[in-house]
Design a protein around this ligand. Structure first.
Ligand SMILES: Nc1ncnc2c1ncn2[C@@H]1O[C@H](COP(=O)(O)OP(=O)(O)OP(=O)(O)O)[C@@H](O)[C@H]1O
Ligand SMILES: [Mg+2]
Length: 460
């Protein structure tokens, strides 16, 4: 069997950490834990079935204050891996039977993600084939076979000659077609005439499962999709036929099978805000939402169960779960014991220091200072931050996080926004030029607010 893993997923733990390092400052322990977990799935794939079956994933619980990179790690992980990956807030769920999403929808969503991904992969594989089919179909239209004389009607040797000139012409047309020299020529193409607007049927439980479009059902009822002729340019036809050929080449049964296999073996569920469902009784949240109930519903999925989806049954035994939460109020010990046991790996994320903030401002590929430089660059304005400006911003963030609520690196966003408000506002008028932002500029823009703890509560 072909290895379903892509090259990106063949990264060693070290390489995964290095990749995460490009975006996330510090948090070594968390990065290491997820890197090992990811690699272990790859290792498991290399084992004989009977051993692999017994190796269950070691789920991870990431614990750390708000705004220190928990979700960011998940987000980057998702981009890094081609495994089916879903990030979902645990607080979105309610116990079965109540209004809200049931936990099984996590798996249904995951399958859908896997299906889309598998489809894209297949389509990428089929590009050449689809192009070839399109070319043949277009040639058939440009030079209909009806022009080809029937072999019985003419003399033997004459037939051969006509036949030859026919295929000569076809090859000449093919060349022109490939060189895009026929793009503007008009052709008549058979298009599918679907008169039925998709009609979604909704229901409160598992909308996605019942979302059958009438269009999907009709061909079976009326025996095939109707077609009609439409005039379009060759360029347009190329695109239209390409999509049609791509769809024809897709074997949806095969895709579903592959997607389910991918999900069962490599799927990752990131359960964010898991602390929000901790706590043993519904308490102040009222009787409608029982957090413990959600935990109990989650348990079988994490432990391993079979979920029925419209694409088939999905076993969840080997899906990796990564839970994350600030655990300010509730502690991991407030989760029901069975669930605690399902997250054997605990990693704590550190609160961020002034030095971390300074690095976060400039180092990541998508660092805030870079973002502003790019944004304002579009107006022809080149902005530079001096080292002491960076230090000033980091210092302010640390101070305000201490005096007000600690929101971690998110504080940098609010301060930067405030500091650059005037420049952002004026940039379109100022036009081209260079601006250097130093610590005194930052102070002048932000200090009056930062100094006033009441005011800063609202503005920063
Ligand atoms: N260690 C870090 N390195 C780089 N950027 C970070 C780091 N921590 C946080 N950030 C930035 O701060 C923002 C908020 O971080 P994130 O969403 O990861 O917080 P969180 O830990 O999930 O917090 P919460 O518990 O509130 O969900 C992110 O957009 C990210 O850009
Ligand atoms: Mg988060």
């Amino acid at each position: 069997m072909e290895n379903p893993l892509s090259t990106l997923d063949n990264l060693t733990p070290k390489e995964i950490v290095a990749e995460l390092d490009k975006y996330i400052v510090g948090q070594k322990a968390a990065k290491k834990a997820v890197a090992i977990a990811l690699r272990n799935r790859f290792r498991r794939q290399c084992l004989p079935r009977e051993i692999a079956d017994d190796i269950i994933p070691k789920n991870i619980l990431m614990i750390g204050p708000t705004g220190v990179g928990k979700t960011e790690i998940a987000r980057r992980l998702a981009k890094l891996t081609k495994s089916p990956f879903i990030k979902i807030e645990a607080s979105k769920f309610t116990e079965v039977g109540y209004v809200g999403r049931d936990v099984e929808s996590i798996i249904r969503d995951l399958i859908r993600i896997a299906i889309d991904q598998t489809k894209m992969d297949k389509m990428a594989d089929n590009v050449e084939k689809a192009r070839k089919n399109v070319e043949e179909r277009l040639l058939n239209v440009l030079l209909p076979t009806a022009q080809k004389p029937s072999p019985v009607a003419v003399e033997e040797n004459e037939t051969a000659a006509v036949q030859e000139s026919f295929s000569d012409t076809r090859e000449k047309l093919r060349k022109l077609l490939r060189e895009d020299k026929l793009s503007d020529r008009m052709v008549e193409i058979e298009v599918r005439a679907s008169n039925f607007a998709p009609l979604e049927i909704f229901s409160s439980s598992g909308v996605e499962e019942i979302g059958i479009t009438i269009g999907e059902m009709m061909p079976n009822i009326f025996g095939g999709m109707k077609t009609r002729k439409r005039r379009m340019s060759v360029a347009e036809a190329k695109e239209y036929l390409f999509n049609e050929e791509q769809n024809k080449l897709l074997d949806m049964d095969e895709i579903a099978k592959l997607a389910i296999q991918q999900t069962e073996q490599m799927g990752i569920v990131f359960l964010d805000e898991i602390d929000k469902i901790a706590g043993r009784e519904s308490g102040s949240h009222g009787p409608m939402v029982s957090r413990e109930g959600v935990q109990r519903d989650l348990l079988p999925i994490i432990e391993g169960t079979t979920v029925n989806t419209k694409h088939g049954m999905v076993k969840t035994d080997h899906i990796l779960f990564i839970g994350a939460g600030a655990f300010h109020v509730a502690k991991p010990a407030d989760l029901i014991p069975e669930l605690q046991g399902r997250f054997p790996i605990r990693v704590e994320l550190d609160s961020l220091s002034k030095e971390d903030f300074m690095r976060i401002l400039v180092e990541p590929k998508n660092a805030l200072t870079k973002q502003y430089q790019h944004l304002l660059g579009t107006e022809g304005l080149e902005i530079q931050f001096t080292q002491d400006a960076i230090e000033e911003i980091a210092l302010m963030a640390t101070r305000i996080n201490t005096s007000n609520e600690n929101i971690g690196a998110r504080r940098l966003h609010t301060i930067m926004e405030k500091a650059l408000e005037e420049i952002s506002y004026d940039a379109s008028n100022v036009g081209r030029g260079q601006v250097t932002i130093d610590s005194s500029y930052i102070r002048s823009r932000v200090e009056s607010i930062a100094g006033d703890s009441d005011l800063s509560k609202y503005i920063l």
